[in-house]
Design a binder for this molecule. Structure first.
Ligand SMILES: Cc1cc2nc3c(=O)[nH]c(=O)nc-3n(C[C@H](O)[C@H](O)[C@H](O)COP(=O)(O)OP(=O)(O)OC[C@H]3O[C@@H](n4cnc5c(N)ncnc54)[C@H](O)[C@@H]3O)c2cc1C
Length: 434
């Protein structure tokens, strides 16, 4: 699928036209594209964003479904990034403020609690089940994409430019080839999954936004002639996989909180026995702009997202029954396991003093539908403490005109903020070098 924005058409082949190929349409790739589109440089950027997934957004993806006849929404889930938390840097604070003013994000006033194993000295110690629920800072501002998490990425790709253009090609995994011949060199992108390895386009600059592209298991950068970079990534970065399940309940869950973090750190054995794989339980329907009422004013089904802990997610994915399983089977096992954990933990969640709206309410809703998802690389992990990637915002090979960026760089790694900062730095480098 190819989508080209309405920016002015560009005459190709002009010397002041810089062709840029971007691998990935997550927040990093979209920030690079948007920053180039906004650039006041004399150069024109002819940008193509390739996305292996079905839609843009990467780990800020949203899954939704609509009724074919009435066009009414049936469900919507932000099944990757839950929320954007208070910025740590001025640069991201001002970008978030810009997004807020443009209506791309809205504040989520949902109530957050953390549940952990307590000891008898704890204020909220509950003698029956020995867990405590603590409100998370009420004044902490949290934002979500409006009307969906991935709409931030879509909006960034619509950035107006009076000279540059961007094309977005989804469902296409691109592999990069560095082609050098007498007096000329360029990046050639070819179809990764296509038997003929069809040429997709030729570019002056290559921007790679996914650390997995450097993996030895992956062909994305195998012929890119950037071995030092691939080696650096593989020696320094690991990917943390986790499991997610999207759940539709037939009616609202009668608890007064919208996001529950299960803190396994204090007593992992006890917490796992009570909550199984679960680390985050989020009422997605409570986010601003998400559908809460049907056209007849009745309450809609409620959408919840369950996210596993790192340890339990890994344990599940590495379990014997999943060895050699197909992706479909893996998703089914994730779904079954996490829905069972959710159901088992509900009585405890509902009886914990801070979470239940009314002690007399014990009317547990039914799960009407659920979907499992495996995030093979949910978060980056820096292997060594003094890791190169923590101190740089992106990687530049000016000679080859190659830039790597993504949420594995910088101090805010593993977050939307880190991804944004890295994408912004990458675009500035590119503009500066041109
Ligand atoms: C379950 C979960 C919960 C999270 N919760 C939060 C949270 O609450 N707050 C927060 O700030 N962050 C959260 N994060 C982290 C945050 O979502 C990420 O840090 C951020 O979205 C990363 O953006 P990115 O653009 O760097 O990478 P991605 O979003 O992963 O984008 C990379 C994209 O590149 C594509 N791609 C890779 N190689 C190719 C290729 N060769 N050709 C074409 N396309 C390619 C991939 O398909 C992918 O879409 C969460 C992440 C997960 C998984």
């Amino acid at each position: 699928m190819i989508r080209r924005t309405a920016s002015l058409a560009l005459k190709q082949g002009q010397s002041d036209t810089i062709k840029v190929g971007i691998l990935g349409s997550g927040i990093t790739g979209c920030t690079v594209a948007s920053t180039l589109l906004q650039s006041s440089s004399d150069k024109k950027f002819d940008i193509t964003v390739y996305e292996a997934g079905r839609g843009v957004g990467g780990r800020m993806s949203t899954r939704s479904s609509f009724d074919n006849d009435s066009d009414e929404q049936i469900y919507q889930f932000d099944y990757g990034c839950r929320a954007i938390f208070p910025p740590k840097t001025e640069l991201f604070r001002s970008e978030l403020e810009r997004w807020r003013k443009l209506g791309w994000v809205k504040q989520w006033n949902g109530k957050f609690v953390t549940i952990r194993c307590g000891d008898e000295s704890s204020k909220n110690y509950n003698n029956n089940n020995q867990i405590i629920a603590e409100d998370t800072a009420e004044d902490e501002e949290r934002y979500v994409g409006y009307p969906r998490m991935n709409s931030i990425c879509e909006q960034l790709l619509q950035t107006k430019s009076n000279k540059s253009t961007v094309a977005v090609i989804t469902q296409t995994r691109a592999a990069a080839f560095y082609v050098q011949s007498a007096g000329s060199r360029m990046w050639q992108l070819r179809h990764h999954d296509n038997a003929e390895s069809k040429v997709l386009g030729e570019y002056d600059w290559l921007v790679c936004t996914d650390r997995n592209s450097a993996s030895t298991k992956n062909v994305d950068l195998r012929d890119a002639n950037i071995r030092p970079f691939n080696q650096l990534v593989n020696e320094n970065i690991q990917s943390i996989p986790i499991c997610t399940t999207m759940v539709i309940l037939d009616k609202p869950l009668p608890i007064t909180v919208d996001a529950i973090q299960i803190d396994h750190a204090n007593n992992p054995t006890s917490m796992t026995s009570k909550f199984g794989t679960l680390e985050w339980i989020t009422r997605d329907s409570s986010k601003p702009g998400r559908k809460q009422y049907n056209s007849d004013n009745s309450k809609t089904n409620e959408c919840w997202v369950l996210q596993s802990s790192e340890q339990e997610g890994k344990r599940l994915l590495e379990s014997k029954r999943l060895q050699g399983a197909s992706l479909e089977q893996i998703r089914d096992v994730i779904r079954e396991t996490m829905v069972a954990d959710f159901k088992n933990s509900l009585p405890l969640l509902m009886s914990s003093s801070n979470a239940c709206s009314d002690d007399s309410v014990r009317d547990i809703p039914l799960v009407v539908q659920s979907f499992g998802h495996r995030w093979g690389a949910a978060f980056p992990k820096h292997i060594a403490e003094n890791n190169t990637f923590k101190s740089i915002d992106c990687y530049l090979d000016a000679d080859k005109q190659f830039i790597a960026c993504g949420d594995y760089f910088g101090k805010c790694h593993g977050s939307v903020e880190g991804a944004f900062l890295s994408g912004r730095a990458a675009a500035y480098h590119l503009i500066e070098k041109e």
